[in-house]
Design a protein around this ligand. Sequence first.
Ligand SMILES: *[C@@H]1O[C@H](CO)[C@@H](O)[C@H](O)[C@H]1NC(C)=O
Ligand SMILES: *[C@@H]1O[C@H](CO)[C@@H](O)[C@H](O)[C@H]1NC(C)=O
Length: 502
Amino acid sequence: MCSPGLLTSENAAPVPQLFFSPALFVTKLFAAARSQSQARRFPRAAGPRDGIYSIRCCACTDIIRTSKNHPTVSHPRVQAASAASGTFDVLSMNVAGLPEILNGNGESGDKTTNTAIIGQDMAKFAYDVIHVQEDFNYHATLYANDNHTFRTATSGGVPFGSGLNTLSNFDWLDFTRIKWATCSDASENDCLTPKGFTFMRLRIDEGVYIDFYNLHADAGTEAGDETARAANLQQVADYIDVWSTGNAVLVFGDTNARYTRADDGIRVFSTQNGLTDAWVQDAEGGVFPAIGADALLCPDGVPTNISCEVVDKVLFRGNNFITLSNTGFFYDTARFLSSDLATLSDHNPVRVDFTWTLATTLRQSDLQGGPHGTWFNDLPSLPASPKAHVLTLRGGARLDSVAISLTSGASFTHGGTGGTAVSLTLAAGEAVLSGTLCWGQFNGDMRNFYALFTTSAARTLTAGVMTSSCATMTAPTGFGVVGFFGQDGDEMDQLGFIYAKQ
Ligand SMILES: *[C@@H]1O[C@H](CO)[C@@H](O)[C@H](O)[C@H]1NC(C)=O
Ligand SMILES: *[C@@H]1O[C@H](CO)[C@@H](O)[C@H](O)[C@H]1NC(C)=O
């Protein structure tokens, strides 16, 4: 993975602090519209091969163009075993960072001072992953007072940025900002600034990835707001179906939605994506509050319990490999108070503690390559007690495809049909124990150029051409390769191995 040191300069980059004169504001809006239309060429395209950016690492930036010019880092290495289980906590906090002149939020104290305290408390309580919303014009203050190792670079103040950032103790892959397709100014100025959601694939441990989504949905309760908000949440749900298929997922942020409101559309994460809401689980015994019931509003100040509902939600699911369990839902408001015990934001900060536990019969490798093409994951399709039967690779100047068929008859193929095919049929009791991948740049995209697999009988299968950036990934003792996960198009953009106990 990349060196966190690389990121410090991005984190420390000066953030434009905007002043609001009406004339300047209009000028800025036009500039923002232009910069948006340029920026929009960079989000990951759904089709194979048309993403133009390439990120091997790295936490902390969506300034992805720069990575094209980075020399690839040569770090051949053998992977370590991951732990079998662990814990982490997450915090969702709307930090109320709109310029004071636009939105005072009714909090006492000036926003720069309040934001400094928020940053200090984020450091002090060492939350593992924090999603902030409305991190607009006091962003530099927030980061100057916080100390998390991995942090996203800001997308700017109002009206340039989305206000969404992540501060994390874990590194990640594939950070992407996505703008809402729908916004409404029916009440509040949701179209003023390009709000939306973010995606990143957080690496908790070797081969242990969880997809993290931050969001800030449309506010207000006019008809136009309700339509926009439901469309926003639907957009995230649809994205999860494509980009997180087969994966463990955490969605946390400011949904601006309540379960008691009929038209907010917040139930889509349960019905479409199979996510569990941590507050519904802990405060409501797993039963959604009734639609049309009175809003379960929190009192002003510090809530004394969690029976009130806030619009800041934490939703999660595990997968066949990772069991995620909510071990506690908290309003952490009392941790974020001024010296005279006033709240610092008009939102209660929400914390959820999690444990993660890996299936005893499965392990995964790290992902290698670049985040282009389409996400795939063989995990949901694996039979019980999978065993590899035939391994097939296609390669030429680069790695075109990988395929594996299992003794159960199941088979998985990823990538394209170019290059020359080579196959290895495993003997009874023979397993694929390790794989070396090498990656490099092609047409400005990072992808895999080479694969070498070695079996328990010391037989090998190779395809493609080596580069100076390679990693060898070895199954834990008693495990063998039975499937893959990653991203493909007509070649192998990003690839990881699924190991099963043999
Ligand atoms: C950040 O600071 C807190 C103390 O405020 C400390 O406990 C924590 O270990 C620090 N974290 C990092 C990543 O340096
Ligand atoms: C939770 O707090 C509210 C005040 O916000 C109070 O009315 C209610 O009785 C409390 N519930 C419990 C179970 O303590």
